[in-house]
Ligand binder design. Sequence first.
Ligand code: C2E
Ligand code: CA
Ligand code: CA
Length: 617
Amino acid sequence: MANRLALVTSIATQLMAATPSTTVAVSEQVLKTLVDQLGVDAAFLRRNDHEIRASKLVTEWPPRADPPDPDPLAVVSFTTADPVFAACAHLKKLSVIQPDPELSGYVRQIPANHRNESLSIAAAPLLSGTVTTGMLALVKYRRAKWRSEELNTIEAIASLFAQAQARIVAEDRLRYLADHDDLTGLHNRRALVEYLSERLAPEMLGPVGIFYIDLDRLKPINDLLGHTAGDWFIQDFGRRLRAQAGTRSMVGRIGGDEFVVIPDRPMSPADAEKFADRLQRSLRERVDIHGHTVTSTASVGVAVGIPGHDSAAELLHRADEAVLAAKRGGGNQAVSSTEDMSMKSLFRKDIELHLQGEIDDESLLLYYQPEVDLWSGAIVAVEALVRWRHPTQGLLLPGSFIGIAESTNLAGDLGRWVLRTACAEFSRWQAEGVRPNTTMRVNVSPIQLASRGFVQHVVETIDEFGLPPGALCLEITERAVVRNIENTRRTLAELREAGVQIAIDDFGTGYAVLSHLKDLPVDTLKIDTVFVRELGSNAGDLAIVRAIIALADAFGLQVVAEGVETSAAALTLMRHGCHRAQGYLFSRPLPSTGAQALLASRWMPMPFLADSQALVI
Ligand code: C2E
Ligand code: CA
Ligand code: CA
C-alpha cells in the first residue's frame, strides 16, 4: 500500500512539471513507470477530440516495433464497433474490457503471440467535469484478475492525467491568447516583435524583410457603414493576407488596420521590393460589405534589416515610415524605406539654405494645382504642393521626403518655408492681376500644427504679404486634428479669429473626426483621392462620397473632391451635390509661372460637360 502511495505521488510530481511541449514525453515516461511498477504488459493513453468525434492516441508503452503507416490506432472514430475505442467516448468510471480478438482493431496491433481470448484491459476515463476527455488503459495479455488496489491506483493516475491535461489545455489557450489577435486569429504585436527579435539575433541569416501593411479604407467603412462591417472587413483582409503571404511567413495584426508580414527566408532589398509589389497587387480586391461593393486596397511599407545590426523596434519603425510614405502618396502602393543617410543630410542642408534665403539653385519649390467650380469652370483656389529637386534623383514628390523632414525634426522648418513662399508668390500674382477672391490652400503637417508659436507665425506671414482676409486656407489632415483635440480646437479657433480658413484634408481616411466636426471651426472637407478616383464605376466609393457630402451639408461646410481623373467622376460628383473639384482631369500641379498664367485666365475648359446630358438633376 505504501508502495502504491509512493507511486501515485511520484507520478503526480512528474505530471505537474509537464508543459505543452514536454507533455507527450512525460506521459510516455509515466506509462513506462506504471507498466514496470504494476507488472502489467502494456499501457496507452488516448485523448478525445469531440469536435471530430474521435479518440487520438497520445502515447503508449511499450512502443510498437513497427507500426503501420498510417497508424490505425492514431485517430479512431467514436462510432467504431471496437469496444476499446467505443469506451473512449463516454466512459464515466473504470471498466474492465475483454475485447474479442477477432473483432478488435486494438488487438490486431499487439504482438501476434498475445492475441488471444484472455487479454484484459483496465480502462479508466479522464474526466473534466462531466466530459470524458480521454482514457488511460492498462493491458494484461494473459487474463489475470485485476486486484482492487490495482484498479484504485489506475483510477487515481487517470485523474492525475485528467488534471494535467486540463492544465496544459488552459496554458496552451493562454499562450495562444497572449500571442494572437482575437479578431483575425493572426499573431499579435507581442508575438511579431518576439519573432522579429529572434530573426535579428547576430547569428541569424539575413537580410530580414518586413512588410508593414495598412488597409486603405477601414476608417470610412467603420464610420459610415458601422463597426460590424469594419470588423468583417478586417477579418476578410486577414484571411486574404494569410493566403497571399504564404505558409512560410509570419503574419500578424498589430493595430486596427495595420498588419505585418515577415517571410521566413532571407531577402535582399531587391527581392523585398518585388515581394511587396506582388503582395500589394494581390491584395487588391472588390469585396461586398452589407450590399456595398468596396474596393479593398492596401499600402505596403518595406524595410530590410541586418541581423546583429538592426533591432526589431527600429525595423518596425522604418517599415511604418515607409507605409506612411505610401499613404501620403495616395495609398494603394508599396514603398521601400530608404534609410539613406546622405538623403537626410542633403535635405537638411537644402532646407537650411532656403530658410536663410541663400538660394541660388531652387532645390525646394512649390507646385500649384487649381481647384475648379464644376458648374462654371471658374478657378476658385490653388493648392501649394511642395517639391524637392534632388541632385541625382530629380524632382521628388512629398511622399518621398516628408518622412525625412519629420524624422529629422525639419517638418516645422519645411512648413514655415512653404507658408512664406506660397504667401509671397500669391501676393505677387495678385499684384500682377490675379483675381483677388481666389483662395490659396497650404498643407500643414501635424507637427507644425502642434508647434509653439504656429498661429503667430501664420498671422505675421499674412500681414507681411498683405493678403486679404480669407485668402489663405490651411489644410489639416484628420489624423492631425484628433491627435490632440483640445489643442487643435484652440489653435483652429485662433486661426479663424485671424481670418484664416481651415480645410480637413484626406477626409474619410483618418481617425473618426466625425464626432468633433460639429464644434470645430472648419470651413471645408476635402474628399480623399481614394474615394474619387474610381467614382462613376465603383458603387462602394459612391456610398462613401455621398455620405461625406451629406455630412458637409449638415454642418454647412464646403466640400471639395480631390483626385478627379475622369469625366465620369466629375459628373457623378455634380449629380450628388459636390461642386468643387481638383484633379488631373483639370490640371496637374504646375510650376509657379504656369499656375500664375492659369489663374490669370480665370476659367478652365470643362470639356466633360459635353456629356452633361448624363446629369440628371
Ligand atoms: P494632398 O494634400 O492630398 O495633395 C493632393 C495630392 O494628390 C498631390 O500629391 C497631388 O499631386 C495629387 N493629385 C492631385 N490630383 C490628382 C489626381 O487626379 N489623381 C491622383 N492620383 N493624384 C492627384 P503630391 O503633390 O504628391 O502631394 C502628396 C501629399 O503630400 C499631399 O497630399 C500632402 O498631404 C503632402 N504635401 C504636399 N505639399 C505639402 C506641404 O507643403 N506641406 C505638408 N505638410 N504636406 C504637403
Ligand atoms: Ca492637401
Ligand atoms: Ca488629400
